[in-house]
Design a protein around this ligand. Structure first.
Ligand SMILES: [Zn+2]
Length: 244
């Protein structure tokens, strides 16, 4: 009996080990949860380092070149566009498991509100909204939304949403998974047609302090209960860019 258990135990351990490796490589949720866990450990480690050394969390800095791309309150104090109905197609073009998981969580969070529906499509060419990443430590924004609007009827033509991995994934900036999801929910808020507010909202200009609030849901419902009142029928387009 002892002889068998000697063989048996290593076999069990090997099986567990092989299963874990296989799961990591093959199951997206296991893969993303592992990477989220590693990301959270890095954030906590950085917090401890900051406490020990007395350093403060770094904030993304705006560079002169990009300052004109920053949102101005005046420009974005009212809705900048909307979709013809309260739904849009979206394509997730994100490889990083932490950001990809955050993007999916943010899409689900908006869909769960019932105020707006993002339909995830498998091809970018079929999507109203390409949801992707940039890696730009000079951009000064953790998230970016660029909208192309038909100025005739005020409808979006397409909206490009980007998460900036240079800030969101670098532990020195301290973005926990929850704050990355909040950032993604904020950018999707712009992609729906929401503007900034200083109230407690996912649409606060900093963009990562709060998840979707009940006032945000009401604002989306209000936005899509109104008819667009643009007076001209020209097909000209305007571009707006939202940093954060
Ligand atoms: Zn914003």
């Amino acid at each position: 009996m002892k002889k068998y258990s000697k063989l048996f135990l290593p076999l069990i351990y090997s099986l567990i080990f092989i299963t874990a490796i296989w799961s990591y490589q093959n199951i997206e949720t296991v893969n993303s949860n592992t990477n989220i866990f590693i990301h959270e450990v890095q954030i906590h480690t950085q917090n401890i380092i900051n406490q020990v050394t007395g350093k403060k969390k770094q904030k993304p800095k705006l560079t002169k070149d990009n300052s004109q791309r920053t949102e101005k309150k005046a420009t974005y104090s009212k809705p900048v566009g909307k979709w013809p109905t309260n739904s849009a197609t979206i394509f997730i073009n994100i490889k990083d498991p932490v950001l990809r998981s955050a993007a999916k969580s943010a899409i689900k969070a908006w869909n769960d509100t019932g105020s707006f529906t993002f339909h995830v499509v498998k091809k970018q060419k079929d999507a109203n909204i390409p949801f992707t990443t940039i890696d730009d430590d000079k951009d000064g924004a953790a998230g970016l939304t660029e909208a192309n609007i038909n100025s005739g009827n005020g409808n979006f033509i397409y909206v490009r949403v980007e998460l900036n991995s240079a800030y969101l994934l670098n532990p020195v900036y301290g973005y926990s998974q929850r704050r990355i999801i909040n950032t993604a929910e904020h950018e999707l808020g712009h992609a729906i047609g929401l503007h900034h507010t200083d109230n407690i909202s996912v649409m606060q200009p900093t963009g990562s302090n709060y998840p979707i609030q009940s006032t945000d849901i009401q604002n989306v419902k209000l936005l899509y209960s109104r008819k667009n009142t643009a007076s001209t029928s020209s097909q000209s387009q305007t571009n707006t860019t939202n940093n954060n």
